[in-house]
Design a protein around this ligand. Structure first.
Ligand code: HEM
Length: 370
């Protein structure tokens, strides 16, 4: 069964089973890079080396050990010590919006400042330049997009190289703080093998790049809310309502669109037969609106129901390690924004998107606050 976007899996149950199956492996990048290197004479040695330490492409025992360690650094107990900073993300965003003069843009004035706040205040990573980091992340996120051009991959290689070098220097100082400190200490004390400072820095770089999904998901929620009426939107200023519905908000609005897996051997899941080496493509937004699984697939009718599992953070061994952090941040940011700007609306006729396949990435969208 060879899948294309036209026949991607849209069933929540089937997708959960496939993602949880040890017979389904994550995407690989290395063979593609090795082939490109042979065919183009471009030196991708660094990117090949880095890809060995990027969780998305890893599997087996070393991947599992790292995930166990991250589950502690990014788990409930440790994140409790960041509760105040996470809470302040909303106030920070409100204040930075109050300072904007002229027209407001969803990416430049909401996504970027929130992303920078998380990276600097919660991860404790201090970029040399905010602008350069934002530009770099825009390139780095393409790493997980399939079939990138040689030019893009050269740029990706350079960005990851720079990020890794900077992070490596910061985790090696006694001033290291925030999650980058906790994560590197955690890997150290958990005795995760292959944990040279550079490998740890590569992993932290991946976490920082992946954090961009949080601000992208916020944008998607703000866009969806702009299609609601005033009374429906008002509920977003109530922090209890948001907390009770945050899982479903993320179910409907996460920016990830597709997940891929390859069968390591023949397998049979429900009535589907998947042959060894077959690629599987899962469409997250459709699976998350599978009416045979969810009672409510209408965004306007969210109502504190007990949230069911969804695919916005993936499933199985590759499930997102930043799920709790992202959920906590969005739970705090949304009420802060709507308490201050109850009429916040995105002009949904003027949305422009970047040319990406696996994730929905907004390029620009005008916002009115009042
Ligand atoms: C709303 C925000 C977020 C969404 C919707 C999201 C979504 C996802 C999804 C769907 C996956 C699974 C990919 C796959 O199975 O191939 C994933 C993996 C991952 N996410 Fe997130 N993510 C978010 C926030 C974050 C944050 C804040 C971090 C960092 C703290 C993060 C770090 C990662 C990493 C490192 C992986 C790879 C895990 C692995 O392959 O084992 N994500 N994320």
């Amino acid at each position: 069964m060879q899948l294309t976007p036209d026949n991607a899996i849209c069933s929540q149950r089937l997708a959960q089973k496939l993602l949880s199956s040890p017979k389904m492996l994550p995407p690989t990048l290395k063979p593609f890079l090795l082939r490109l290197q042979r065919e183009t004479d471009v030196d991708f040695a660094r990117l090949i080396q880095l890809s060995d330490h990027i969780l998305t492409f890893m599997s087996g025992e070393s991947h599992q050990k790292i995930k166990n360690s991250l589950a502690k650094s990014l788990g409930k107990n440790n994140l409790q010590s960041y509760e105040r900073k996470i809470y302040q993300a909303g106030n920070f965003l409100v204040k930075s919006l109050q300072r904007v003069s002229g027209s407001i843009n969803l990416t430049k004035d909401i996504e970027d400042p929130l992303f920078l706040y998380i990276v600097k205040e919660i991860f404790g990573y201090q970029p040399k330049s905010d602008e350069a980091l934002i530009k770099g992340i825009d390139i780095a996120v393409r790493f997980t997009e399939p079939m990138q051009s040689v030019r893009t991959l050269i740029e990706v290689q350079s960005v990851f190289d720079q990020l890794t070098t900077e992070i490596s220097a910061q985790i090696n100082t006694t001033d290291a703080c925030g999650l980058i400190h906790d994560i590197s200490q955690g890997l150290d004390s958990d005795n995760v093998d292959s944990h040279s400072k550079e490998q740890v820095a590569t992993m932290i770089a991946t976490l920082i790049v992946a954090t961009r999904t949080t601000s992208e998901t916020l944008s998607n929620i703000l866009i969806e809310n702009s299609r609601l009426n005033r009374a429906e939107r008002k509920r977003f200023s109530d922090e209890h309502w948001v907390k009770n519905n945050i899982d479903d908000l993320i179910r409907f609005c996460a920016s990830n669109a597709y997940l891929t897996r390859t069968a390591a051997q023949d397998l049979n899941v429900d009535e589907h037969q998947i042959a060894k080496n077959d690629d599987v493509l899962i469409h997250i937004p459709s699976s998350n609106r599978d009416s045979s699984y969810y009672d409510n697939c209408d965004y306007a009718k969210l109502s504190d129901q007990l949230a069911k599992r969804h695919l916005s953070f993936g499933a199985g061994i590759h499930r997102c390690p930043g799920a709790l952090l992202a959920t906590m941040i969005l739970s705090h940011v949304l009420p802060s924004l709507y308490q201050q700007f109850p009429d916040l609306r995105v002009d949904t006729n003027k949305l422009t998107y970047k040319a990406t396949k696996m994730t929905t990435r907004l390029r620009s969208a005008p916002v009115t606050l009042y």
